[in-house]
Design a protein around this ligand. Structure first.
Ligand SMILES: C[S@@+](CC[C@H](N)C(=O)[O-])C[C@H]1O[C@@H](n2cnc3c(N)ncnc32)[C@H](O)[C@@H]1O
Length: 248
């Protein structure tokens, strides 16, 4: 999903770095906390790459434990804003994640939150080849994606889509555009291309990557704490892909 809202708002988050204790959207409490804990496990003193960094300060938070962080985004505006607050071991690049300005084998951990869904299913093989190219031997990747079984059909309290109905296989390649309520009471634009989990698995396998996929549910604790998600417990908005390069 793309959060097309106020990019300047993210700078406040970036100044302190991303934290689950300052949530704005659902992924801040479901999905990103799990991604951050995997990054701490795999990325300590390592070379980390973030794809589609936006302005939420995830790169800045990872810089506190990484050796280095390369943060890539295709939006000049987002890169300009993100790099307003930086530190010595972060490099920001305005670049397309399908053609990375990085050397072969130069990255130990590739991370991405809610950005891979900007790629059409037929472009996933090229994208995963590029991830495999920049990863070192046994390099890891962790990706957060919207769950294609549930998003955009599930009735999350915070989301509405312009397309109603549709089906998992028949909607392959379709662009879904919608709106999302934030925890601080705003409404922002979102969009995603619909790829099947099979598109990801096949493209990863062909690129020499293996991956374990874990569904991220809205728990009773989350729906109890955040009124916006009341009645949404048990729904699965996101999938965490926890993977590794196995072929060199
Ligand atoms: C939904 S935002 C997510 C931003 C941030 N990762 C987060 O979780 O808040 C998606 C980001 O991906 C970037 N993006 C979209 N397509 C891209 C591409 N092909 N290459 C690099 N960045 C891209 C957008 O500019 C945007 O900043």
């Amino acid at each position: 999903m793309i959060f097309g809202g106020d990019v300047r708002k993210g700078v406040a988050g970036k100044k302190r770095g991303w934290s689950a204790s300052r949530p704005r959207v659902l992924s801040d409490v479901v999905g990103k906390p799990q991604i951050m804990s995997l990054c701490k496990r795999y990325g300590k003193a390592k070379r980390i790459l973030e794809l589609g960094c936006g302005v939420d300060g995830f790169a800045y938070a990872m810089a506190s434990f990484a050796k280095s962080v390369d943060a890539v985004d295709s939006s000049p505006e987002r890169i300009r804003i993100a790099s307003m607050v930086s530190c010595g071991n972060i490099r920001y690049h305005r670049a397309d994640m399908r053609r990375l300005p990085l050397n072969d084998g130069s990255i130990d951990l590739c991370v991405s939150n809610l950005t891979v869904n900007n790629i059409k299913p037929d472009e996933l093989p090229g994208f995963y080849n590029e991830v495999a190219r920049v990863l070192s031997r046994r390099g890891r990747f962790v990706l957060l994606i919207p769950h294609p079984f549930y998003v955009p059909w599930a009735k999350f309290n915070d989301t509405s889509w312009s397309v109603k109905g549709g089906d998992y296989c028949g909607s392959r390649g379709k662009l879904f555009v919608g709106k999302l309520k934030t925890l601080d009471g705003r409404v922002i634009g979102i969009r995603m291309y619909h790829s099947l989990l099979e598109d990801h698995s096949q493209a990863q396998r062909e690129a020499g990557l293996v991956c374990w996929m874990k569904e991220m549910p809205i728990t009773g604790a989350i729906s109890g704490k955040y009124h916006l998600y009341k009645g949404n417990e048990g729904l699965m908005p996101y999938i965490v892909m926890d993977g590794m390069k196995v072929r060199v």
